[in-house]
Ligand binder design. Structure first.
Ligand code: SF4
Length: 85
């Protein structure tokens, strides 16, 4: 994985925009990773603004499970739990 030199962790976060209800708890927990765009929908501003633990906490804070966390080393989905989206 030496090509992803900028990434400080192994977790990648994504926002399912259709699920986002603008609660902004992800932004509150990880403001260097998440932001709200002009439509008040969360966007990813950087994958390496916070460490993996903080990114996962931010994802888990989302009331609609709109944030998906993937382990880029194993390809496994870390959050949300399988079968709950
Ligand atoms: S916590 Fe979830 S619903 Fe709230 S802004 Fe972030 S992605 Fe959207």
């Amino acid at each position: 994985m030496s090509t992803q030199t900028k990434q400080i962790g192994k977790y990648k976060v994504e926002v399912i925009r259709d699920k986002c209800i603008s609660a902004a708890s992800c932004v509150a927990i990880a403001p260097k990773v998440f932001a709200l765009d002009e439509a008040e929908i969360a966007i990813i501003v950087s994958q390496d603004g916070h460490d993996d633990e903080t990114k996962l906490l931010a994802a888990q804070s989302c009331p609609t499970m709109a944030v998906i966390v993937t382990n880029t080393e194993t390809g496994e989905r870390v959050w949300p739990p399988q079968g709950e989206d």
